[in-house]
Design a protein around this ligand. Structure first.
Ligand SMILES: [Zn+2]
Length: 504
């Protein structure tokens, strides 16, 4: 093979927007990306996962799975059992998960047992990653800088110093033996939050990555080595936030006691817990002190609260688990779908907006979208489609890949009883966020879900998801997925065949 079949580099530009990257390429500002990655391969606009936020959205790259498939519903979530009344203050603190602070490392242990790419490719080196599971001792570079420079950058905006440390570590790694390199540049995301996704300092961060790529390529060529396969991607998009509509503030105003971060994780007699990710998505857990483990279905969610939230202009859509057939108060809708399509009862997801409602179910490899008033996902009516066809179809809507992403999220019991995705320009984090986020992500909307996927290998013309990267990298490295491990992604080579089949 022409491109160094035995080694691969995955560069993650955290928070890089597909449109901004394309603009910079057109201006000739990213010559190394153009020359060494896109020229031999290509560039596509793909989609990430929901919630579209750092950490959660790294799971597809490193595990080849959706976050919901491995038990991580968000960057914050509630462990229902741990939050029960009477548990110790420590247990209650731990139950209110937030990977944004000192619980950050728990992300590694909360992911259910499944091999990471680092497990499958032992000769891996990772630079500046929050997910390290499977890495050999000493194979995580910039770990200390990530903590020290990272928290300084969070408050002071000194991200270029952190990105430069990553670039240096990447160049140093060129001289070592490795088969897989995972390189994370946090600057674009961090500076976008503090300033604006189009701020000159943000654009300069893209250029910094490009220069680091050029230096790395020069070093490899100087060694006389074949170039590795390159993959340059992002974990989520980003948009300017004009409104911070915190559901906790709203609920508390109405006397609904709300468990929430950062300081109200011990809220007594809380009736709701709000766990924000991104910050443009939030999961709500009702009766969080009850200790119940079973999530609520639609009819158990207090209707007044649901309708009040749906009436907020900041909410694009809400989703929850459909009632099971025959259950008290159940609507029977999930049951009907179950009988028709063979899906197990209770697997359906209800999608709501203020004026619209639809049911999502999946069976026999087909995803069914069944509007029951309005068209909340904008798909133009009833659809029953293969997963990849549905991905392509939803790319034309304002919520790309929403059906699959809602189904995967509720694949874990840990997901909230109710999930909200924000409308463009709004997020769900209150005024106590320091420093204030002027831009953000986390929602199901296109500006957060769309990500650039560039590769020096052939890219299919079909829709791509970030979860397809790991199987593609493994294929390049000739590493087999162990039997018994089912990845959610599909290697590019197989997608090309699928795309041809669909064109018919
Ligand atoms: Zn971010």
């Amino acid at each position: 093979m022409a491109n160094g079949a035995n080694r691969a580099v995955l560069v993650l530009i955290d928070g890089a927007r597909a449109d901004v990257l394309r603009d910079l390429l057109r201006r000739g500002d990213l010559p190394n990306l153009a020359r060494w990655v896109i020229e031999p391969g290509g560039l596509r606009t793909g989609t990430t996962v929901f919630p579209s936020t750092t950490g959660v959205a790294y799971i597809p790259f490193l595990f080849g799975r959706y976050p919901g498939s491995v038990g991580i519903p968000g960057i914050r979530w509630l462990d229902r059992r741990g939050a029960a009344e009477g548990r110790s203050w420590r247990a209650q603190w731990g139950a209110a998960r937030s990977y944004c602070g000192i619980q950050g490392g728990w992300l590694n242990t909360d992911v259910v047992a499944t091999p990471s790419i680092f497990d499958l490719v032992p000769d891996s080196i990772a630079i500046c990653t929050p997910l390290t599971r499977g890495l050999r001792a000493g194979a995580h570079r910039c770990a200390l800088q990530r903590v020290v420079l990272g928290s300084a950058a969070h408050y002071l905006g000194t991200y270029p110093a952190l990105d430069r440390a990553v670039a240096r570590a990447w160049l140093d790694a060129a001289d070592e033996p490795w088969r897989f390199l995972f390189v994370v540049f946090p600057g674009v995301d961090g500076l976008s939050h503090l300033k604006d996704p189009l701020h000159p300092a943000v654009l300069e961060s893209y250029r910094l990555v490009d220069r680091a790529l050029g230096a790395f390529v020069a070093r490899i060529r100087k060694q006389g080595s074949e170039l590795p396969a390159f993959f340059v991607v992002s974990d989520h998009g980003m948009s300017v936030m004009r409104e911070h509509a915190d559901p906790a503030v709203l609920l508390e105003r109405d006397g609904v006691r709300t468990l929430r971060h950062p300081v109200h994780v011990w809220r007594r007699n809380a009736r709701v817990a709000t766990m924000v990710s991104g910050n443009a998505s939030v999961q709500l857990y009702f009766e969080p002190r009850s200790g119940r483990e079973r999530p609520f279905t639609e009819s158990e969610i207090p209707p007044a609260i649901l309708e009040q939230l749906l009436a907020l202009p900041a909410v694009r859509l809400a989703a929850c688990r459909a009632d099971t057939a025959g259950e008290e108060g159940g609507t029977g809708r999930a049951g009907r779908a179950g009988r028709a399509g063979g899906a197990r009862d209770g697997e359906g997801i209800v999608v709501r907006t203020k004026n619209a409602r639809a049911l999502l179910t999946e069976s026999m490899g087909l995803v069914r979208y069944e509007p029951q008033g309005g068209d909340p996902l904008g798909l133009g009516g009833y659809r029953e489609l293969d997963d990849r066809e549905l991905l392509t179809r939803t790319m034309e809507t304002d919520v790309p890949d929403a059906p699959r992403q809602l189904l995967q999220l509720f694949g874990t019991q840990r997901a909230g009883d109710l999930v909200l995705a924000a409308a463009p320009g709004a997020d769900f984090r209150g005024p106590w966020e320091i420093p204030e986020h002027r831009a953000g992500h986390g929602s199901l909307t296109a500006e957060h879900m769309e990500v650039p996927i560039a590769a020096s290998v052939a890219l299919p013309d079909s829709g791509l998801r970030t979860v397809d990267l790991m199987p593609t990298v493994l294929e390049r490295l000739d590493v087999a997925v162990p039997s018994g491990v089912a990845l959610d992604g599909v290697p590019f080579s197989k997608l090309a065949a699928v795309a041809e089949h669909l064109i018919r």
